[in-house]
Design a protein around this ligand. Structure first.
Ligand code: V47
Length: 392
């Protein structure tokens, strides 16, 4: 039996006494400051950081840990950008460049429906020549084949790209809103959290010059929230950024979430997903990427800093399923889903086939001491009978 959050925090005596004021704030539901965040990064008392984060996740979610039955689809790796951390993009005529046809996508939707998936998570590069109709038809085709599947698609930079190719790039926020409305009409259900990287101009200019900046990423998510869509937020860490940059990034997401919660927006950030940099054969492949301990610490600190974001996801594809189990004990409450195909990073596999069965995900969750709960994209519980499912 796991200790409940309040029991743990009231009797909690960290061996690093510098953490005591942070423990007090957490017990009294006070938000942590940037200085607190840095202290959590600097302390050698990692056990206390993780236990404190675990107490917060337990308070929010009890013993539940979430997963879903989903499919990730990377429709094209052709990209106008050349981000230094990225091992996924190809130029149009480069070996390995691809763009899936709408027929490929409809086959994938059929497979997803037959497998009982509740979600398709779709992202790709900024393809220079695919027309706007490719994207709307992709969504409507999936909806025709699998009307109940939730489509979570297109990172903020893709939305900005779609505004440009549909001649709404100069219309600012109104252009973004009109693109999102078109996509929703075609079947879009929510936005994933990708492409946020680290909100810092220096890092942007050094590692992903040409990509939209933090303010634009936030604009897109703000508009989506105002239009009633839920979204996620990521942070790509462990490359050339500092720990200060990470804390600043988390605080920016927290501020934006406050804005969405207190405004008339009906959408909010549902989950925060720290993504560890995977060097692969990217231009930054000389860097080692973050260590397992840094990954645990970052998950725990995310849980503690982002007190207004309900879910912290340990994306097993990038963290590995074994590490995701540890992360469930250090603040994470979600590990993503069955995935099937994933082309953006490859940690334990040389192919895009990166799949975990629902049974394996549940076993991993149980083994970590939690109760597996199948959720849909909006974190509603799923009642399942084999391949057929409904929202509880
Ligand atoms: O946008 C690219 C990142 C993101 C690398 O919203 C890399 O539920 C690590 O956003 N090493 C895509 N990361 C993944 C993503 C995501 C994943 C799971 C769930 C959700 C969600 C979102 O991956 C990209 C980029 O930020 N990325 N290259 C790399 N070498």
């Amino acid at each position: 039996m796991r200790t409940s959050a309040l029991q743990l925090t009231e009797n909690f005596a960290p061996s690093d006494k510098a953490l005591v004021p942070i423990v007090e704030k957490v017990v009294h539901d006070e938000s942590l400051t940037a200085e607190d965040g840095l202290l959590l990064y600097e302390t050698t008392d990692l056990w206390s950081v993780c236990s404190l984060a675990d107490s917060v996740r337990t308070k929010l979610h009890g013993n539940n840990a979430f997963y879903n039955i989903n499919r990730h689809v990377n429709y094209s790796n052709v990209c106008a950008l050349s981000c230094k951390f990225c091992d996924f993009y190809r130029k149009k005529d480069q070996e390995g460049a691809y763009a899936h046809s709408l027929e490929d996508i409809s086959n994938e939707a059929t497979q997803a429906r037959l497998a009982g998936a509740t979600e398709m998570h779709i992202v790709g590069g900024l393809h220079p020549w695919l027309p706007f109709s490719y994207y709307t038809q992709m969504l409507s085709t999936i909806k025709e084949i699998a009307p109940d599947i939730h489509i979570k698609a297109f990172t903020a930079v893709e939305i900005v790209h779609l505004a440009r190719i549909s001649k709404r790039g100069r219309d600012g926020i109104a252009g973004i809103a009109s693109v999102i409305n078109d996509l929703v009409d075609a079947g879009l259900g929510s936005l994933p959290g990708g492409g946020a990287e680290v909100f810092d101009e220096r890092i942007h200019d050094e590692a992903y010059r040409g990509k939209i900046k933090g303010e634009q990423w936030l604009d897109v998510h703000r508009v989506a929230h105002e239009l009633g869509l839920n979204t996620n937020a990521t942070m790509l860490y462990g490359h050339i950024e500092t720990r200060e940059d990470r804390i600043k990034h988390m605080l920016t997401i927290r501020e934006e979430q406050d804005r969405s919660i207190t405004s008339s927006s009906s959408g909010t950030f549902q989950a925060f997903i720290p993504l560890p940099f995977i060097p692969g054969v990217s231009e930054l492949s000389h860097l080692p990427g973050p260590s397992g301990i840094e990954n645990l610490r970052t998950i725990a600190i995310s849980r503690l800093m982002l007190d207004n974001v309900p879910h912290i996801k340990a994306f097993w594809i990038m963290q590995t399923l074994h590490m995701a189990q540890h992360m469930l004990q250090c603040g994470a409450d979600d590990i993503d889903g069955t995935v099937m195909w994933y082309d953006i990073t490859k940690v334990e596999s040389n192919t895009t086939h990166q799949e975990s069965s629902a049974e394996d995900l549940c076993r991993a969750i149980r083994d970590a001491g939690f109760v597996p709960v199948e959720r849909d994209t909006l974190y509603r519980e799923i009642e399942r009978d084999g391949k057929s499912w409904s929202v509880r």
